[in-house]
Design a protein around this ligand. Structure first.
Ligand code: HAM
Length: 419
């Protein structure tokens, strides 16, 4: 789990606002659900034999209930969708969320126990166009943030009996080599052989070599849906690769699966910055109507790494008010207030110092103007304003200070936003 200090938090805010704005372009509205849900919600939706449920959830008992701190956002959003009877109110709903998720995973670069996701969920549209648009939305967020070298992987899990048929085909391939599988996979073989394709264990990888591809057993409707998604992606100009080894770590998916990898980033095995897919059965299984759904979530820590250090932010406030003597405090506070009333960021330094040291601190703060509140100037009813970029200075009367700032407002407000 990480602390995020103010300089870094500015970079987070940039990701968050880009995400919100982009999601807004497609009609998504924010949903905020609790961090804690009934454990059974996650166990049922994510799947009993997944790593998330078996090994990673932060689960505790309180007041006779088993509760879990959310490991992801999809199940909670779907629970809210059903609980508030949304399908009766609107045919299609587009929700997004941003916030911390918790998984007790082994920490590594890009893999944390508290991490942040930005996600979108779309309810009520089963057609492949919505899959393509949703994938394009996630690519747009990442490319707007300047992340190049993205690789979009897509696949389909099929639906209904496709999965059952694939399960059998996989079992037929894996069972003769059961003894060579990892312990985990031997245990899961009968229940969930698909997970074995996702295993990082070299023994499992060897056994999965040459396994049949799910695309070979797709039903005609599932195949049509998948082709439709790919045609949509082509129309939107989203380059993608079909990856039949794509297995997501959550069991609720049906049909479309996708992941986006930031190939150029220094993320090692954690290069997947975004993952998602269709989960047409979840709303009904939670007691709602038979409403299809699709969504994705992206990991903010990984996005930050992929963005690199190019976004270093140094600017804070535009105006630095340097108090040079005790009697200068009251006028300095007034000047600072006037600046902020104009919407211009301002910092007051009343720690005291010689002029040279004060100017050094003003420079280090990243401010554009340093307002020197000195004894001689105040006696004359004025202050000295130094432009730290231009290295120029002028004397400004106290009663025209706000008008003076106002003239430079465009420069000063854009300076404050230079990140
Ligand atoms: P997920 O693949 O488990 O999917 O997570 C989505 C993204 O969250 C990952 O691609 C990764 O960027 C980030 N992430 C996951 N675990 C960690 C971690 N321990 N540390 C840092 N980042 C992490 C889901 O969570 C689904 N709910 C996505 C979805 C939404 N599917 C449909 N709708």
């Amino acid at each position: 789990m990480n602390d995020i200090l103010p300089d870094e938090a500015r970079r987070w805010q940039r990701i968050e606002s880009t995400f919100r704005e982009t999601a807004g372009l497609y009609g998504y509205g924010e949903v905020r659900t609790p961090l804690i849900e009934d454990t059974s919600l996650f166990v049922r939706q994510i799947g009993e034999t997944t790593d998330v449920v078996e090994k990673e959830m932060y689960t505790f008992d309180r007041h006779g209930e088993s509760l879990t701190v959310r490991p992801e956002g999809t199940a909670g959003a779907a629970r809210a969708y059903v609980e508030h009877n949304i399908s009766n109110k609107e045919p299609v709903s587009r929700w997004y969320y941003l916030g911390p998720m918790f998984r007790g995973e082994r920490p590594a670069k890009g893999r944390y126990r508290q991490f942040y996701q930005a996600g979108c969920e779309l309810y009520g549209d089963a057609g492949p166009v919505s899959d393509a648009e949703l994938i394009e939305l996630s690519v747009r967020v990442l490319s707007t943030l300047g992340i190049g070298d993205l690789r979009v992987h897509v696949s389909s899990l099929g639906s209904g009996d496709t999965r059952e048929r694939y399960r059998e085909a996989l079992l037929a391939h894996l069972t003769p080599n059961k003894a060579s599988l990892s312990e985990d996979s031997q245990r899961r073989l009968e229940k969930n052989p698909l997970r074995i394709l996702d295993s990082k264990d070299p023994k499992d990888r060897a056994a999965a070599e040459g396994a049949p591809s799910i695309l070979e057993v797709l039903s005609e409707q599932d195949r049509e849906h998948f082709d439709g998604v790919r045609r949509g992606l082509d129309a939107l100009g989203v380059e993608h690769v079909v990856d039949t080894k794509l297995v997501r770590g959550l069991d609720y998916y049906t049909r479309t699966l996708f992941e986006i990898k930031a190939e150029g980033a220094d993320l090692g095995a954690q290069s997947t910055v975004c993952g998602g897919g269709r989960y047409d059965g979840m709303i009904e299984s939670l007691g709602g109507a038979a409403v299809p759904a699709i969504g994705f979530a992206m990991g903010l820590e990984r996005i930050l790494v992929a963005m690199g250090a190019s976004e270093a932010v140094t600017r804070r406030t535009a105006v630095y008010v340097a108090v040079m003597f005790d009697g200068g405090i009251a006028p300095a506070l007034k000047l600072a207030k006037q600046a902020r009333d104009l919407g211009i960021g301002c910092e007051v330094d009343s720690k005291g110092a010689k002029l040279k040291a004060m100017l050094k601190r003003a420079d280090a703060s990243g401010a554009r103007l340093c307002v020197i509140v000195g004894e001689d100037e105040i006696a004359k009813g004025s202050v000295t304003v130094k432009d730290l970029a231009e290295r120029s200075q002028e004397e400004v009367a106290l009663d025209s200070f706000q008008a003076f700032l106002s003239q430079q407002k465009v420069l000063l407000t854009s300076h404050a936003r230079a990140d």
